[in-house]
Design a protein around this ligand. Structure first.
Ligand code: GLA
Length: 404
């Protein structure tokens, strides 16, 4: 099954409808804002190590219809599974608050913006999304960023006008996730949702914060990226992600640097470490940063034929050294490769979630069929598919302009 991406106007219409149904006494929202999910081409589990990642925005977005209130009340409604309606005070959203996770993602951004000194009040909001949830495709960042863009505009914060100022909005969305939700993630997803441009991958240097738009027009090469949502459980709040991060931070501290990217002599560090688990984790980070640099060089030179081998090596490293893959992800990448993919790897945090395969456009149906078959053979529920065409960052949806 393929998960379609809504057009901007369809998403906006659905958000407006949910808003109208939930808040019939109001004269509609002030506007609709949308922000995308992402895949990461390569550079996995390196963002919190000061490394380089290479995300691409999906055409799948989360849409927020929002209206500013004159008091400090929040009313939220969402069509996402497990979510419902929630009402509370702005002041009741904070890191210690006992609130549903989806509310923490959505309203946590308001808390983070306030903490940075921005004056905000209440709001009514309706959330709809076609980003698959819990699939490792950053549905949470898409929600945070769409909320961030909406709040930025209705409260006149001016944080969305250029990539330079958007960095502050990215930071607020990361803070919502780290501080209010309590997921110790690294920040790639929010940057991907707010800083990408169409037909480009975003080269994100997590040490300096520098971003570079790398041309990524696969269609011109007759290629495409098939995303395989394995439907295996993916959660970043259950400890495994945090444990990986803690090992990296411990080794960096031991070596007197802030991040593993700054190790003066990575090979020396690896030979000095006597904890085999730490060796494997650090080896992944060090080699993944090298692979990502190489990937960007090849992409810039238009050497698409060489990319697949780096994707395969990245997957092996995540599976064997970082140990964040799982049987469903391994099976998905192997089946895609056997069906002719140029390369395939897990994408995002892992422990379930999604894989990506670089394939020839003409091979799309056959690859999906091969992955489907492999899942049936294992007795697993069917995977879901989507195509990752490099899409644009989050923004306000102006429905009249879209219709032109
Ligand atoms: C999740 C996190 C990101 C990043 C990836 C792994 O998506 O949210 O910050 O660490 O995992 O690359």
């Amino acid at each position: 099954m393929k998960i379609p991406a809504w057009s901007a106007n369809e998403g906006a219409r659905r958000a407006r409808e949910l808003f109208a149904g939930a808040f019939p006494e109001l004269d509609g929202p002030d506007g609709v804002w949308a922000s995308p999910g992402r895949i990461n081409l390569i550079g996995e589990h390196v963002d919190y190590n000061g490394g380089i990642c290479l995300p691409v925005a999906l055409p799948h977005r989360t849409y927020v219809a929002l209206r500013r209130r004159e008091d400090t009340r929040l009313r939220l409604v969402s069509d996402e599974s497990g979510a419902a309606r929630w009402e509370g005070e702005l002041s009741s959203v904070h890191p210690e608050a006992e609130i549903p996770a989806w509310v923490a993602y959505a309203a946590g951004v308001a808390w983070a913006l306030q903490r940075k000194g921005h004056a905000l009040g209440g709001f009514d909001a309706a959330v709809v999304s076609c980003v698959p949830l819990g699939a490792g495709l950053s549905s949470s960042a898409a929600l945070e960023c769409a909320m961030g863009l909406a709040l930025d505009e209705v409260y006149g914060l001016g944080l969305a006008t250029s990539p330079a100022v958007r960095a502050e909005l990215v930071a607020a969305c990361v803070s919502a996730e780290n501080d209010v939700v309590g997921a110790p993630t690294g920040g790639m997803d929010q940057a991907a949702s707010l800083l990408t441009t169409k037909d480009h991958a975003l080269q994100l240097d997590c040490l300096t914060g520098a971003t570079t738009q790398v041309p990524f027009d696969l269609a011109a090469q007759g290629l495409t990226i098939l995303v395989i949502d394995t439907q295996a459980k993916h959660s970043l709040v259950d400890g495994q992600y945090g444990q990986r991060r803690a090992v990296c931070e411990r080794v960096a501290a031991l070596e007197g640097v802030e991040t593993l990217r700054q190790l003066p002599d990575p090979q020396g560090t690896l030979s000095r470490l006597n904890d085999p688990e730490a060796v494997r984790r650090v080896r992944h980070v060090v080699t993944e940063i090298e692979r990502t640099q190489e990937f960007v060089e090849l992409l810039t030179e238009g050497e698409y034929g060489e990319l697949g081998a780096l994707m395969n090596a990245s997957h092996a490293s995540l599976r064997d050294d970082y140990e964040v893959s799982c049987a469903e992800l391994d099976t998905a990448v192997e089946a895609a490769r056997a069906a002719g993919a140029w390369g395939a790897r897990m994408t995002g945090g892992g422990f379930g979630g999604s894989a990506i395969a670089l394939i020839e456009q003409g091979n799309l149906e056959a690859t999906m069929a091969a992955v489907d078959r492999a899942f049936v053979d294992n007795g697993w529920i069917a995977p879901r598919f989507l195509e990752a065409t490099a899409s644009e960052a989050g923004r306000r949806i102006n429905e009249e302009e879209e219709a032109l």
